[in-house]
Design a protein around this ligand. Sequence first.
Ligand SMILES: C[S@@+](CC[C@H](N)C(=O)[O-])C[C@H]1O[C@@H](n2cnc3c(N)ncnc32)[C@H](O)[C@@H]1O
Length: 276
Amino acid sequence: MPCRQPHTDSDPGDRAPDAEAHEGSHNSGPRALTLGSIEWNRAMWGDPNRWEDQGNNWSFHAESCGQPYVQWKASVVATFIAPFCGPGVDVLELAPGHGRWTEYFVGNTASLTLVDLNASCISVCEERFGSRPEVRLIVNDGRSLPVPDASVDLVWCFGTFVHLVPRDIDGYLGEFRRVLRPGGRFVVHHTGWPDATLRLVPLTRRLGRPGRVLQHRLSQGLWRPGGDRVEMSARRFAAMAGHHGLVVDRQVRTWGSNRQYGLAFNDVVSVGSSPG
Ligand SMILES: C[S@@+](CC[C@H](N)C(=O)[O-])C[C@H]1O[C@@H](n2cnc3c(N)ncnc32)[C@H](O)[C@@H]1O
């Protein structure tokens, strides 16, 4: 069954904008902050109440394609993680959160560096993985990767670039170019709105809630409101990467033998490399 985008009857504007983070959560903290800013990301993910089951409660991607979460997660690992790691590979996971993907890298890399903006997330990863000699844990400033030039073979990042303002994505792509060895790879999940709808953002932003509803309808389809996506398209992401000398090889929205797995909110996974 190909991945589908089921409709819901609910109005996007009637749902919490951070549907991805926590359905039904009413913590007003991050609401006062600019979506996608460092401050917003610190407040949102630094709150322990926002985490359940190490992030495995975020099953909306699986739901969007009608697949059980456990199978969807296994398909992500098989398609986007397993092919790129191995005993000789130095991996940097950007924004591991509470380690829901990290658990698949542990034991399958030469080294594993975990970099996250939130000290609370790094503490959880330290508890879970800190006893491993190859694991390094770093709290960063939300923009830079405090590792040496040309020291990494793979950068992995899931569930985070969708929530970063384009300027910070651009900065991180520059960092990827710096830290990746020649031929090194990056696999990044990010927002993938249609280009045409990006042009509406300056207008819809001025319209408040009705503008947000309209933008979501046009950019994310009708499957589900919210998601706290910051505007980005597949083409814009590839162009940004190219500006830093990186090459995007593949941009994937659905995968599996029948393209039965996919992502909610029109998201994309970009797989790319740093040329020699
Ligand atoms: C939605 S959680 C995703 C966590 C994990 N990757 C997963 O898929 O379960 C977002 C994570 O990104 C981290 N984060 C947000 N903004 C960041 C930034 N600018 N730099 C580094 N980490 C960031 C948060 O602290 C949090 O751990």
